[in-house]
Design a protein around this ligand. Structure first.
Ligand code: GDP
Ligand code: IMO
Ligand code: MG
Length: 424
């Protein structure tokens, strides 16, 4: 059984937690897109782990984690992440495989990400400044460098010299400091020797695993509305975060996929700029006062709002979602009344629309049409079975699953592994 798990909103839906739970039934967990802009949190007992590049299956022994060809890798950050996990007692050894075709994030990508954001001023995207956009830009422009290049010292040195020369000219035009070829070369050579044992042809590996009927879980990063093609362009990331990205980013064809799981929060959050129709400061303040909804990668406070079923239904369509995992239900425990967005009106007038305009400016003009439901006003975080949830919570979950258009499968009522409720 091969399953793709994606975020059906704007990222941070709780993908890391759900992947960690589902890994018990998987043999292999694969990341196929994005880079260390992702921050996936897993809470195991009293310990908290935040993963950026390494798949969230790494905490479970006996599982293989694969970083696929579609991921952009900052080798220095990856080495730090491996070392950080080892310090926390997690084995990272033969259980991690990295694609030789994955592109490298270079120091000039990070510098350009920052410089472009600064130049945009109030029109900035609010990126994580990890160099993701420029790295994918170089990939598309066919001037990127890959892990395979990094593994061949003479090739890497030759390519790096040219890339630094060109990018220093660009950085100069932004009035930014130029980069030292020898310093970058040394840092990347050190990382290369540490990463070498992990680097293979992951496409061939995954196809062998499929032939052996292994169970593969594909871990999406970011969320549907941050997708380069289907999100709120230009306020998006630079990869395909939707289910198709799992195939191109791993070399596993669509006819090897059995199921697509969409992860949703019981409300909406977004970090960074761009339209968010249901944004609501009251719910934001409530969640922030509970100490929740601060970014796992940058620490920024996430923008918060009511559940937006116009968005999640669109995500079901684009990704082919058949089952849902709804997380953070406990975040709504204190509310007397809960709103659900069931449609938009443009500029608050005219007919109700139920397909989100993907043009960011048009989406920014949308005002939500809400339906309200009574809250449950008791804690759900100790519930162990779906039927333990208060009736109003079950009604709310049924309503949002129905509006989203897929089968409710998993409900999460806390960050811990045992705070996970299953439906048949
Ligand atoms: P991801 O990027 O989709 O993996 O999500 P993040 O890890 O960035 O953000 C999700 C946050 O919600 C993390 O802090 C998780 O530990 C936390 N989380 C996940 N599910 C639940 C839940 O059901 N309840 C609570 N309270 N926290 C949760
Ligand atoms: P996970 O996998 C939430 C957002 C940034 C910014 C936009 C572009 O943890 O859900 P980038 O650095 O990718 O060029 O930034 O995308 N963004 C995320 N938001 N969760 C993420 O990952 C994100 N990765 C990028 O905040 O708005
Ligand atoms: Mg996250």
């Amino acid at each position: 059984m091969n399953t793709i798990l994606i975020g059906s909103q704007w990222g941070d839906e709780g993908k890391g937690k759900i992947i960690d739970v589902l890994t018990t039934d998987a043999d292999i967990v694969v990341r196929s897109q994005g880079g260390n802009n992702a921050g996936h949190t897993i809470v195991s007992g009293k310990k908290k782990y935040i993963l950026h590049l390494i798949p969230s299956g790494i905490l479970r022994s006996g599982k293989i984690c694969v970083i696929g060809n579609g991921v952009v890798i900052d080798p220095i950050a990856l080495v730090q992440e491996i070392e950080g996990l080892r310090t926390q007692g997690i084995k990272v050894n033969k259980n991690l495989l990295i694609s030789e075709s994955a592109h490298l994030v270079m120091p000039y990508h990070r510098a350009l990400d920052e410089a472009r954001e600064q130049m945009k001023g109030k029109n900035k995207i609010g990126t994580t400044k990890r160099g993701i956009g420029p790295a994918y830009g170089d990939k598309a422009a066919r001037v990127g460098m890959r892990l395979a290049d990094l593994m061949r010292p003479e090739v890497f040195e030759k390519k790096l010299r040219l890339r630094i020369k060109e990018n220093n000219l660009v950085l100069k035009s932004f009035n930014e400091k130029s980069l030292s070829f020898s310093k970058v070369l040394k840092e990347y050579q050190e990382a290369a020797s540490l990463l070498k044992p992990f680097v293979i042809n992951t496409v061939a590996y995954l196809h062998e695993a499929i032939a052996k009927k292994k169970n593969i879980l594909f871990e999406g990063a970011q969320g549907t509305f941050l997708d380069l093609d289907h999100g709120t362009y230009p306020f998006v990331t630079s990869s395909n975060t939707t289910s198709g990205g799992a195939c191109t980013g791993s070399g596993v064809p669509p006819n090897s996929i059995d199921s697509v799981v969409g992860v949703l929060k019981a409300y909406t959050t977004r970090v960074g700029e761009g339209p968010l129709p249901t944004e609501n400061t009251t719910i934001g303040t409530m969640l922030h006062e509970m100490g929740r909804e601060f970014g796992s990668t940058t620490g920024r406070a996430r923008r918060c709002g009511w559940f937006d079923s116009v968005a999640t239904r669109y995500a079901t369509m684009v990704n082919g979602v058949d089952r849902l995992a709804i997380t953070n239900v406990d975040g709504l425990d204190e509310l007397k009344e809960i709103s659900i967005c069931v449609g938009y009106k443009i500029d608050g007038r005219g007919k109700i629309i139920t397909i989100p305009p993907l043009d960011a400016e048009e989406l920014a003009r949308c005002t939500p049409v809400y339906k309200t439901m009574p809250g449950w006003m008791v804690s759900t975080s100790n519930c162990k079975n779906y039927k333990d949830l208060p009736l109003n919570a079950r009604r709310y979950l049924d309503a949002i699953a129905q509006l989203t258009g897929a089968k409710l499968w998993i409900v999460s009522v806390g960050p811990g592994r045992d705070q996970t409720l299953w439906l048949k």
